[in-house]
Design a binder for this molecule. Structure first.
Ligand code: ZN
Length: 155
């Protein structure tokens, strides 16, 4: 039996989905956001939890799709570094699958320099609900036919 519960929560910093791992046996908790780079670690021995402010993330996915690497930025990038990383991704990596985000501390929001904006948990939930309702409406719109019951009397 696994002693870790994995769940997704709204990232306290950027609001996009962050992974939360709860190691309930040892009483540890870890929240990691792969969008802005935020992380929060609460351990047993170390009573004061660590929170790392995210400055953005770089997700490099190779053109053949075989390797990928995620970098969480702990310090803000200079304009020059930002440009270098951007160009590096454009030239050497799969731009469809790679992503590059930087945290804008003035706007308190993530900028997506490469890659699409992810969906929030709320948006994912709304989508799933709409999909479930669609399938439910299909089920109710299909009237039962007499043919469906053939066979029961013959048994
Ligand atoms: Zn985040």
């Amino acid at each position: 039996m696994s002693s870790v519960i994995t769940d997704y929560v709204d990232c306290p910093q950027c609001g996009y989905p962050a992974q939360k791992d709860e190691y309930y046996v040892v009483g540890e908790e870890k929240v990691v956001c792969n969008h802005c780079g935020y992380s929060h670690v609460k351990t047993n021995e170390d009573k004061s939890p660590h929170t790392y402010h995210g400055c953005g993330t770089i997700h490099y996915v190779s053109k053949d799709g075989k390797t990928d690497k995620l970098v969480r930025l702990r310090v803000p990038l200079s304009i020059v570094d930002r440009h270098k990383i951007y160009m590096d991704i454009q030239e050497n990596y799969d731009t469809e699958k790679s992503s590059f985000t930087v945290w804008d501390d003035t706007k308190k929001a993530l900028d997506f320099l490469v890659g699409r904006r992810p969906r929030t948990l709320e948006e994912q939930y709304a989508e799933q609900t709409a999909e479930a309702e669609y399938y439910r409406s299909l089920a109710f719109d299909t009237p039962l036919k007499d043919d469906d019951f053939i066979g029961f009397d013959e048994a």
